[in-house]
Write a protein that binds this ligand. Structure first.
Ligand code: NAD
Length: 310
């Protein structure tokens, strides 16, 4: 939907944004509402390490939206109770079209110092919370043949980051979750993509250098997420990195690889592996594969080659 002035609109759409009481989520919620969506502003309102709860964070954003003439309701549930979050959308607005899984906390510790509680809480909020909210919204989206879902990953997950074992594991887990949600929803126009943001927020205060912190406004990322959630955007299963008024698509790639034995009748030996290791790890002919079937397909080619060799 777009208005006569060419602006992309979300009239009639209901958007649930988790963790929308601050930072990136707040910007997403404000933008969706400004462009006509009815918004559920979910936020538990705890500390950045996940302690406590307060209704204040969500209430302030709902007030902001209403004062600007938009429509919004607050939801104070933890995303771990995803069904309750989605129920708020259904009760208030009767549907859910857009779900931005954004809520997050940090409990940074090195591997050895990470307690089971630190591991569980961070994974519960990011990964399980996104799963629970998505699982609850999915049947409504499938039934109406329309849905746009965002998972929030992080460069910390993609590249690793000292002192963030729990967070980085959860953030890569979200990419795996998005991959499968994208496949399961495609037939019903329920599309799922990943945002990989870098922005100044309480989460990155003291972590990002000042010169970056001041320029990385969350507001600069909101239009990217909003576009991914618009009916005119047909991307599905994309990972989009964005920061500072810039965005790019990310891909996983696979090298050409090397066979590890002369023929089908030969064993694979450690020595042979060592001999061809530079070919195994050569990424000069790396390719992006679009689906698991392509990955299995190349294994059939390998078997053919080995048969020829034997
Ligand atoms: P933020 O701390 O400003 O906002 C996160 C919000 O989530 C907070 O308002 C918090 O109250 C809420 N929240 C926490 N636990 C919740 C729960 N269980 N249920 C509901 N709400 C909960 O952080 P941000 O920087 O805006 O981060 C938003 C998302 O982006 C997070 O998932 C974060 O991991 C991700 N991210 C941020 C950056 C960055 O540079 N800021 C980089 C990579 C990824």
């Amino acid at each position: 939907m777009s208005s006569s002035d060419g602006k992309l609109r979300y009239d009639g759409r209901v958007a649930v944004v988790t963790g929308a009481g601050a930072g990136l989520g707040r910007e997403y919620a404000l933008l969706f509402a400004e462009r006509g969506a009815k918004v559920v502003v979910n936020d538990l309102g705890g500390t950045h390490s996940g302690d406590g709860a307060s209704q204040r964070a969500a209430d302030i954003v709902v007030d902001e939206i209403r004062k600007a003439g938009g429509e919004a309701v607050a939801d104070y549930n933890s995303v771990i109770d995803g069904a309750k979050v989605i129920e708020t959308a259904i009760k208030a607005f009767g549907r859910v079209d857009i779900l931005v899984n954004n809520a997050g906390i940090l409990r940074d510790r090195s591997l050895v110092k990470t307690s089971e509680q630190d591991w569980n809480l961070v994974n519960d909020v990011h990964l399980k919370g996104s799963f629970k909210c998505t699982q609850a919204a999915f049947p409504y989206m499938k039934k109406q043949n329309y849905g746009r879902i965002i998972m929030t990953s992080s460069n910390s997950g993609i590249y690793g980051n000292f002192g963030q074992v729990n967070y980085t594991a959860a953030k890569m887990g979200l990419i795996g979750l998005a991959n499968t949600v994208a496949i399961e929803g495609a037939r019903n126009n329920v599309l799922c993509n990943v945002i990989v943001p870098t922005a100044a927020s309480r989460m990155t205060e003291g972590i990002l250098p000042d010169i970056l912190f001041n320029e990385l406004k969350p507001k600069l990322i909101a239009p990217v997420v909003a576009y991914l959630c618009h009916e005119s955007c047909e991307d599905n299963g994309s990972y989009i990195e964005s920061a500072a008024g810039w965005a790019t698509k990310l891909h996983m790639v696979r090298g050409k690889g090397a066979v590890l034995r002369p023929s089908l009748d030969d064993p694979v030996t450690i020595e042979y592996v060592k001999d061809v290791w530079s070919n195994v790890t050569d990424m000069s002919k790396a390719k992006h594969l679009g689906a698991i079937a392509e990955a299995s397909g190349t294994l059939l080619e390998v078997l053919e080659k080995l048969k020829e060799g034997g």
